[in-house]
Design a protein around this ligand. Structure first.
Ligand code: BT5
Length: 265
């Protein structure tokens, strides 16, 4: 079993700054909470918090993130991009796309991105992303991107996620190196980082959009207690989802949870 020891992660890491400062824990509450404290204390961009286990792993909206000890990638990345708050979703785009590319490179498995923040293989969830930002007026002060990626465990043995989750080892039939996966992920985030600010073409948005499995599907989106049904037609460069309702009405949704409609019926 490979541990995510900082010396192992540093050995062969191709980045200049991302992942060069690692805070590694055998067990923490939530890596996002530790990263927030570090960011507030001035930790530089690219600093990561890694844990072998979380006792209070968080999803969005107060939901829980489960992962058996020493089996997954549980990390939070500190970013300090010069971005407006309105563009904060581009960080989720950057990290979900980079995670999908890293998974493909290391395991040969191609995950789809499920709007707004998951990686799926088939209908099952492989990874989730929790972005949290602190802003001053309209600018981001720092952002924490938390990534939970299922690597080496059997999801069917974890009752909380048995029906809905998958992992790389379950898909590949063998264990996958968490260290290599993390190194590829960090390299990909760093390489794509300049694309947060598009010059001519918006390559980040275009590449993210290409991998979105959600488009073209009939979906139900819940957004703050409101339900919208329709065809997921497209995404805008700011990341919002465009739905065409059954009555032909077009609705733009900034954040929400998507389910496929056949799952609801
Ligand atoms: C997410 O939330 O998908 C974001 C998850 C982010 C986790 C990382 S781990 C490192 C960092 N530190 C943290 O404390 N969090 C971040 P959401 O879209 O709300 O999905 C949460 C739902 O996914 C749960 O309610 C479960 O149904 C499901 N789930 C929980 N653990 C899972 C797992 N290991 N694999 C697949 N699905 C899971």
């Amino acid at each position: 079993m490979d541990l995510l020891l900082p010396a192992l992660v540093a050995d062969g890491l191709r980045t200049r700054s991302f992942g060069r400062q690692i805070h590694y824990f055998e067990a923490v509450g939530s890596t996002n909470d530790i990263a927030k404290e570090l960011a507030q204390a001035g930790a530089p961009e690219g600093t990561i918090v890694l844990a072998e286990e979380q006792t209070q792993g968080r999803g969005r909206l107060g939901r829980t993130w489960f992962a058996p000890p020493r089996s997954c990638l549980l990390l939070s990345l500190i970013l300090r991009p010069n971005l407006a708050v309105a563009d904060a979703f581009r960080l989720t785009m950057l990290c979900s796309l980079s995670a999908a590319v890293a998974v493909e490179r290391v395991s040969g498995i191609t995950p789809a991105i499920k709007w707004p923040n998951d990686l799926l293989v088939g209908a099952k969830k492989l990874a989730g992303i929790l972005s949290e930002a602190s802003s001053l007026e309209n600018s981001l002060q720092y952002a924490i991107v938390g990534i939970g990626l299922n690597v080496n465990f059997d999801p069917s043995a974890l009752p909380e996620v048995a029906a809905s989750a998958t992992s790389l080892s379950a898909l590949a039939g063998h264990e996958v190196s968490r260290v290599r996966l993390l190194q590829e992920l960090l390299a990909e985030v760093e390489a794509r980082y300049p694309s947060l600010w598009p010059a001519n073409e918006d390559a980040l948005w275009a590449d993210w959009r290409c991998r979105l499995g959600t488009l073209g599907q009939q979906v139900t989106v819940s957004e703050g207690g409101r339900l919208e049904h329709g065809l997921a037609v497209d995404v805008a460069p700011d990341g919002s989802l465009l739905l065409q309702g059954d009555d032909g009405r077009r609705v733009t949704i900034a954040v929400g949870d998507v389910t496929l409609r056949r799952e609801d019926s």
